[in-house]
Design a protein around this ligand. Sequence first.
Ligand code: ADE
Length: 223
Amino acid sequence: MRIDIITVLPELLKSPFEASILKRAIDKGLVEIQLHNLRDYATGNYKQVDDYQFGGGAGMVLMIAPIDKCISQLKKERAYDEIIYLTPDGETLNQGMANQLSLHQNLILLCGHYKGVDQRVRDTIITKEISIGDYVLSGGELAAAVLADSVIRLLPGVLNDETSALTDTFQDNLLAPPVYTRPSEYMGMKVPEVLLTGNTKKIEEWRENEALVRTKKNRPDIL
Ligand code: ADE
């Protein structure tokens, strides 16, 4: 998979891909991340990428020309499955969307800033608009990192134990059950007996039940 990320703040997006699972995925060649500084596609002495909004009102708007130039250039090099704009008024990201996106070859992520982008970008260039939750971030960069992480960890070969993504919270519309590790008793707090029995059928039943209990308590809306 290849992910091109277009941003006015590329430095914000470096570190998420320089550690742990995402770095390993890149090193193994399972995903390629390319950051594009929108300013490199701007013209004029000031390399302007944003401007005041027509009709008045506070806040700057990212201009269509640099975005169009950057994306047109990328599209000449390869076909993109989705051109995604990160915005709080997009469709809310969930595990199903991450699963779907992980099946694609090439994605573009456009990070919004200030008051957002000129609506003509959304009308004519963007194919999907995604929000990572009902709150407003300073820009789309952290949202792009979250989206990329949720997708990349699903690519075959990225996680050591391939089954572990399958048992994640949300994968079957249930939250994941509680987990424990050594010691089996800490200051009088004991690990549930069943987990120490080695009886895989009983353990599986216990986990299913706990997942249901946790989901009913914390997220009844997804049941
Ligand atoms: N940009 C600002 N807030 C955002 C959010 N919640 N999701 C995606 N992009 C954003």
